[in-house]
Design a protein around this ligand. Sequence first.
Ligand code: SAH
Length: 200
Amino acid sequence: MSDKPVTREQIWDFFKTLDRSRFIEDDNLKKLAQYDRPLPIGHGQTISQPSLVLAMTQELNLHEKCRVLEIGTGSGYQTALLAQFCQHVYTVERIKELADKSRARLESMGYTNISFKVGDGSEGWAEFAPYDRIIVTAAAGKLPTKLIQQLKAGGRMIVPVGPSQSQELMLITKDESGLITKESLGDVRFVELRGEYGWH
Ligand code: SAH
């Protein structure tokens, strides 16, 4: 395994083969998995539209040695895309039932490079920090500073930030001297990141 960059084309090629219906339980909803739209996954949570999951994965500029922290495991669809291209994915989900189902699903697909945690991901996962990449798939009311602390120098983090109706997808980069740069990648709509950095 090298720290060779993963190209946008490699991600696109795998993305096309990843059947989203495997991540959805409800038979009626499974039929809609092929469409580019968000879908409910139970517990009031949603899986994002595939085009957004693809774009977020590509913006991370992954390489094969990446250790990635993901907040909001949900169905595990985004987790699979990350695990396919990275050395290890650490994923945190606050709803145990979703985490358990995703673990079973991803293990049955053959992934052995994912660690799962049930808990408040706005705290990050200090035990394995720092991470080369961090991706948050629920909307924060303000930038989660604890997560930025767990980002390695030279690392990239993607997080939706803003109120419930619409958020800005923020790309946070940390340079080798620890300097933080923020850039907006456009408007998105996610379910709430609960806990300290949520809306309430
Ligand atoms: N990426 C997921 C979609 C996630 S939806 C997928 O591909 O299916 C957002 C998820 O974030 C939900 O499952 C929700 O329960 C979870 N979540 C919200 N706040 C959280 C928190 N503070 N810590 C961990 N998970 C959280």
